[in-house]
Design a protein. Structure first.
Length: 55
């Protein structure tokens, strides 16, 4: 019988994530994100996302 650690988040999603090119809504730089950007929703580069998250 396998044991499961229910308290730990699962980080193995079966392989590398597909990255998508996008333009940061904050600084305008081209970046890559691990999701397909949706038109009309803001996308942030790693640096701008960290700045927003710290508030």
């Amino acid at each position: 019988m396998r044991e499961f650690n229910r308290g730990a988040p699962r980080r193995d999603f079966g392989g590398p994530r597909e990255m998508h090119k996008a333009t940061c809504s904050e600084c305008g730089q081209e970046c890559e994100v691990p999701f397909k950007p949706t038109e009309g929703k803001p996308v942030f580069c790693r640096e701008c996302y960290r700045k927003k998250k710290s508030f």
